[in-house]
Design a binder for this molecule. Structure first.
Ligand SMILES: C[S@@+](CC[C@H](N)C(=O)[O-])C[C@H]1O[C@@H](n2cnc3c(N)ncnc32)[C@H](O)[C@@H]1O
Length: 248
């Protein structure tokens, strides 16, 4: 039910998101607002020949950039409009990526021990049960396989960007309805799940993966991610947090 709502929201938001935020990020993986890139952070290693699955691939930029570097990528998403955009973008860039309409909450179509890398950029905030997903990620990864995911930093979500005051409680977790204002001034509500950093590390442990690194990057020269980010605030609290895990 919530997942259908999320898919509908992304179908509606896709055109705006691709034009204003995601479209030009094809050179490397961009982990999130001011969140640096794979080129600088080197979390995935050399991807040439690696079998990669992207969860919540959106317009496909991340999978396309990895394919350009020699990876063999599959991207899944629940939004038809995002997937259509992804297929078009891959075609325009003459790269082959398999895009599938599939929720990351149900990964049973993917074979066990078959992926070198699973990646997810700014999508798992929409996941209801992270432990279940991480258990599945472990199942489909090969031994020593890498799982890297980014989300918006839970601390950043608590600050009101205009007056930089604490606007919410870190203790308030679970499903929330967030509001976003689009360039035409219209307001849109969407669902996501708020979590503490300890909730996320618990889910990684419950899923049987080994957490090897947390990155809280701040790259002031990062490409623009919409207009809602204030330089002073992002210099104080990183908007993006990245987790790197291994299947041992
Ligand atoms: C902020 S976008 C990020 C897209 C892309 N990774 C990027 O960096 O541009 C979040 C994406 O997650 C997708 N998503 C949300 N819930 C999902 C689910 N249950 N399964 C798969 N994808 C989902 C949305 O449709 C949307 O495309």
């Amino acid at each position: 039910m919530i997942e259908k709502e999320i898919a509908r929201w992304w179908d509606e938001a896709s055109e705006y998101y691709q034009k204003e935020i995601a479209d030009d990020k094809l050179d490397t993986v961009h982990y999130g607002p001011f969140g640096s890139t794979e080129e600088k952070l080197r979390l995935l290693g050399n991807v040439k020949g690696k079998i990669v699955l992207e969860l919540g691939c959106g317009g496909g930029q991340c999978a396309i950039s990895l394919t350009k570097k020699g990876a063999i990528c599959t991207g899944i998403d629940i939004s038809v409009n995002q997937l259509e955009y992804a297929a078009k973008l891959a075609n325009e860039n003459s790269v082959k990526v398999k895009f599938i309409k599939n929720s990351f909450s149900n990964l049973k179509i993917f074979r066990s021990n078959s992926y070198d890398i699973v990646i997810s950029v700014l999508a798992l905030q929409h996941a209801e049960d992270l432990s279940k997903i991480f258990t599945e990620v472990k199942r489909i990864l090969k031994k020593n396989g890498i799982f890297v995911f980014s989300i918006e930093h839970p601390f950043y979500l608590l600050i009101e960007p205009n007056d930089m005051t604490l606007s919410d409680s870190y203790q308030k977790t679970g499903l929330t309805k967030e509001e976003e204002t689009w360039p035409d001034g219209s307001k849109h509500k969407f669902f996501m799940y708020r979590r503490k950093i300890s909730d996320i590390s618990d889910s990684i442990i419950n899923g049987g993966l080994r957490l090897v690194k947390i990155v809280e990057p701040f790259d002031p020269r990062d490409k623009v991610w919409g207009k809602g980010y204030r330089r002073k605030l992002v210099g104080m609290i990183p908007p993006t947090i990245i987790f790197k895990c291994i299947k041992t």
